[in-house]
Design a protein around this ligand. Sequence first.
Ligand SMILES: Cc1ncc(COP(=O)(O)O)c(C=O)c1O
Length: 396
Amino acid sequence: MFRDDTNQILKGLKQSPLRQFDQEVGQIPGIVKLTLGEPNFSTPAHIKMAAISAIAANESHYTPIAGLPELREAAANYYNQKFNLNYTAENTLVTVGATEGVSASFQALLQPGDSVIVPTPIYPLYLPLIKLQHATPILVDTSADDFVLTPERLQTVLDQHRQDHVKAIVLNAPSNPTGIAYTRSEMQALAAILKQEQLWVLSDEIYAELTYGQKHTSMGELLPEQTIVINGLSKSHAMTGWRLGFAFAPKDLMAEMLKAHQYMVTMPTTFVQYAAIEAMKHGQNDCAPMVKIYQRRRDYVREHLQQLGFEVARPNGAFYVFAKIPASFKGDSWEFARQLAYDQKVAVIAGAAFGPGGERYIRISYAASDEALAQACRGIAKLMQHTQQQPLTEAL
Ligand SMILES: Cc1ncc(COP(=O)(O)O)c(C=O)c1O
């Protein structure tokens, strides 16, 4: 490189291990990929038509920085109705996917020297973004509590870090990678402490519509004055590639986030915003048929894995099963994932990619076809059969 004094924090960050592995094993011919959080459904037709109409109508100009007023209002109404929230258009920012909303939030909230509590295992988006603000993540391994951050644990961690200027916490429920959706009482118990401790909450609720047998409780309902709710169309409307998300926050903080957003992206693509208006006004039920199918697939994967000796975390949300590799497999989760990919042509993500607590686990995305899931279960069964036979062969 011409000079070597580029951003040292960025230099110290690695590419997402998740995407790296996905790309690596993508080269294996005939591989079945259950790696990325990518719905295998198509975007609902009425939303696609709205985008096509917007293009035909030459909706090709800049919109206001915060997004189209009609979209901000429709989004606030949509999520208010679904999750008992009380937001207006003024609390609403239209973002380039949930990812940009998370980034704008940290830019608005954090200063050098701040710390942020991050329960793990967790989706590997937040840590690099926290570090880029010269802030420090405090990782809290939740594996001993079945991957739920308990109020007792939160209180202990806060007491241990009184000197560290803890400013915020990241919550992601339903969770990627564990598939755990917090119950209302679990959320309330955390909210009580967070209120008392006056912490900001970055609540990534991108999987809020994907719950099985329970309804999502939003931190935006329980702690509206100190929460940023992140949501979007990627998962609920099978629109990952459209890059359309939302952030909801108290008005004063929103004014700060708006600046971060402006200097990063200006705004999301105009015709995508028109498609999003359609989703928010007429797509309230788009996710329901997907949820039914996901639930059936989840049951299928969970049962098969349990029969093979995997312990499965309570999978009542999102579209992931987080499964503990049986002790008969001696390697770590990356070795398991590599063997499964190269020997059985099935790709899953090693739990270690999601931080402390995930080392003995694999994450399987069941946002995939029935055939792919059946093939994956057969591959895992074969790998387990092979590992169980190993000691016998060695003994002979
Ligand atoms: C927890 C979580 N947050 C955010 C994202 C990214 O969402 P988007 O594609 O809308 O940026 C994902 C994607 O997998 C996710 O799992």
